[in-house]
Design a binder for this molecule. Structure first.
Ligand SMILES: CC[C@H](C(=O)O)C(=O)SCCNC(=O)CCNC(=O)[C@H](O)C(C)(C)COP(=O)(O)OP(=O)(O)OC[C@H]1O[C@@H](n2cnc3c(N)ncnc32)[C@H](O)[C@@H]1OP(=O)(O)O
Ligand SMILES: [Co+2]
Length: 134
């Protein structure tokens, strides 16, 4: 069911500083910041040869990553995003297997304009999983 690793997301306390570090210190291909109001975050994507890094910063106090940054003030790896061919079939299989799909289990459009869902970290060894239909 899951395919390629689409991105690894890192929640950061300072988006501009993290983006600059990847651009200069790490010499990476860093994209522009983009607000994602439906998800409560501002993101920067870094394109690597084999996947992407997503830098995440809260867009407002209601952001779903506020709790994570409160517990991890220096930042940290926030989620892994795996690609799936059919996100509704994936959702139904996960629900049937007893996994918690976050929100109301309805896919939302993510940063790449594709449907995404999130799976509770406590069901997957402490790892928040995002699924993106490609
Ligand atoms: C533009 C979209 C973009 C894209 O790629 O397309 C994105 O990726 S948007 C990314 C931001 N959106 C989300 O993360 C949505 C899904 N996340 C959530 O709904 C929440 O973050 C949730 C429910 C995972 C956690 O919320 P919160 O921290 O407020 O709740 P709790 O404190 O009750 O946490 C429960 C439990 O889980 C642990 N936790 C929280 N976040 C993570 C994490 N990222 N990785 C691992 N574990 C996490 C937290 O520490 C609690 O554990 P406990 O042992 O009970 O203290
Ligand atoms: Co993501």
């Amino acid at each position: 069911m899951i395919g390629r690793l689409n991105h690894v997301a890192i929640a950061v306390p300072d988006l501009e500083a993290a983006a600059a570090q990847y651009r200069t210190t790490l010499g990476a291909d860093v994209g522009p910041a983009q607000d994602e109001p439906d998800h409560g975050v501002r993101v920067v994507f870094i394109t690597l040869p084999n996947t992407k890094i997503e830098l995440l910063y809260p867009l407002n106090d209601a952001s779903p990553i506020m709790g994570f940054l409160a517990k991890n003030p220096s930042g940290g790896i926030h989620h892994m995003c795996y690609e799936v061919d059919d996100i509704l079939a994936a959702r139904d299989r996960l629900l049937a297997d007893g996994a918690r799909v976050l929100g109301d289990s309805t896919p939302k459009i993510g940063a790449h304009g594709k449907p995404v869902l999130f799976l509770h970290p406590k069901d997957f060894n402490g790892c928040l999983i995002e699924l993106e239909q490609v």
